[in-house]
Design a protein around this ligand. Structure first.
Ligand SMILES: Nc1ncnc2c1ncn2[C@@H]1O[C@H](COP(=O)(O)OP(=O)(O)OP(=O)(O)O)[C@@H](O)[C@H]1O
Length: 254
């Protein structure tokens, strides 16, 4: 059964069809989303995560139509994401940033926080335990930084924390937008290793990953979809897609 399906989904910005009638289906797997600059990859993730409303087509999560939901509602339904550029709160600690990942699932009402603080504290304690659980399998090195400010940490740890914050709420689908951007070769290797642990040691969430580094895509993805000028031009294993004529032309021009 598919976790996520897009049916002929599209969006226009003025005269530009940034995403043009894209059918996508993802099950229990890691899907690599590739394509040249400006091909519509991030825009497609923005539609799936409710940041942009599709001009046409549908987005279905576990067969439920989520096309018209906003980002918070989509997050509550079970889709979490990271962004190309850092969206962490730099002046908060690692733990505080990770707790934000549980915000959409918070059960305590505001009046309970005021009149029955023990209920609220209990939920915070459970949240902190969950953050430690995720850090421990995703990258145990993060545990020792739990109460440090994000602004004191190197780029690779900030990227790890963004991913850890996205998975702490145990989503059905995780969207990763260029998680290795700005990392050197050794750090990229470490990041591939960490991402690999999400499905082997954590919970079995489906993952869509956008990457320009084809070595990352080939190591992480079970299947690959290539976009060009907003359209899906190829789909298959990494080796099939990387040998596809339309894909080669899209990357090399012509
Ligand atoms: N809010 C917007 N308003 C107008 N045009 C937009 C908007 N968002 C994206 N675009 C345009 O849509 C097209 C697709 O952009 P998108 O960022 O999705 O590409 P991409 O494949 O993710 O590129 P990259 O690999 O460089 O990140 C581009 O031409 C971009 O300029």
């Amino acid at each position: 059964m598919s976790v996520l399906k897009t049916e002929k989904v599209g969006i226009n910005f003025g005269g530009l069809k940034a995403v043009d009638s894209v059918d996508l289906e993802i099950g229990d797997e890691v899907l690599g989303l590739i394509g040249p600059n400006g091909s519509g990859k991030t825009t497609l993730l923005n539609i799936i995560s409710g940041i942009y409303r599709a001009s046409s087509g549908k987005v279905l999560l576990n067969d439920e139509d989520i096309t018209s939901l906003g980002p918070n509602q989509v997050r509550s339904k079970g889709i979490a994401r990271t962004f190309q550029t850092n969206r962490l709160c730099l002046n908060l600690s690692v733990i505080d940033n990770m707790l934000l990942g549980l915000y959409c699932q918070q059960k305590t009402k505001w009046w309970q926080t005021v009149f029955r603080p023990s209920v609220s504290l209990q939920e915070i304690h459970e949240g902190i335990s969950r953050c430690y659980e995720v850090m421990s399998y995703f990258n145990p090195g993060l545990v020792s930084h739990a109460y440090e400010l994000i602004s004191t940490l190197p780029l690779i740890d900030r990227r790890r924390i963004e991913i850890a914050r996205a998975i702490v709420g145990n989503p059905d689908l995780l969207l990763l937008d260029e998680p290795t951007a700005g990392l050197n070769t050794e750090e990229t290797h470490q990041m591939i290793n960490d991402i690999g642990k999400i499905r082997t040691q954590g919970n079995k969430m489906s993952i869509i990953i956008i990457e320009h580094d084809m070595s990352v895509i080939s190591k992480i993805s079970n299947r690959v979809v290539c976009l060009n000028a907003g359209k899906k031009i190829a789909e298959g294993t990494f080796s099939e897609v990387s040998q596809n004529e339309k894909v080669c032309t899209a990357y090399l021009g012509g």
